[in-house]
Design a binder for this molecule. Sequence first.
Ligand code: AMP
Length: 221
Amino acid sequence: MVLNLIFLGPPGAGKGTVAQAVSKKYSLVQISTGDLIREEVSSGSELGKELGEIINRGELISDEQMAQMLELKLKELSSQENFNGVILDGFPRTVPQADELANIFGRIEQELKAVINIESSEENIVKRLSSRWTCSKCKKIYNTLSVPPKVEGKCDVDGADLFQRDDDKPETIKARLAQYNEKTAPLINYYKEKGLLKAYDGNVPPQESIEAAEKLIEGLE
Ligand code: AMP
């Protein structure tokens, strides 16, 4: 069975952490549109400079640009022989993106299996985002409060330096939450109406959140 999943939830709900663990367990490919953008930004290209300014204001990049980047990636992955499915983390973030995703899946002959909403309180989000650190090499996510690395500032897996995202600053966090409430939260009802929505309480430690997601996935037929 090909398992194409979406993780939905406000910034800091744990989408990246849970998607990393779940994709490993079920041999799925995790696509983080935030990572795709950050890779473009660190390449130093003209497009990257443009995107960097937008994400550091806490705003979203345009639906067209985002959909184009994603379709290229999905096309490439789904044509591989051992393709088991993808986990989309950070896409769709708007209703037009969700409509476009349905078109993209149609074009590459894939089906969306479920949308998992990680519910999270605003208090938790701010706390998590301001203590989040990411490995510059393998993208593993740490949290200095709940999941600190063994050596400060270094990844447990490969020893590479950890970095704190520029957009995890308090002013940007507020703007990102406002964008989420206005543009992304409507997707909860959108997918509920399509009968694809599953949800769980994500206000729990990372390991419990991962287990809750796995339980939902195992219940999918
Ligand atoms: P994330 O890593 O998912 O928190 O994304 C970081 C930033 O990248 C967001 O705050 C947006 O500025 C941008 N971004 C990521 N995914 C999307 C998307 N699907 N549509 C528009 N902008 C996005």
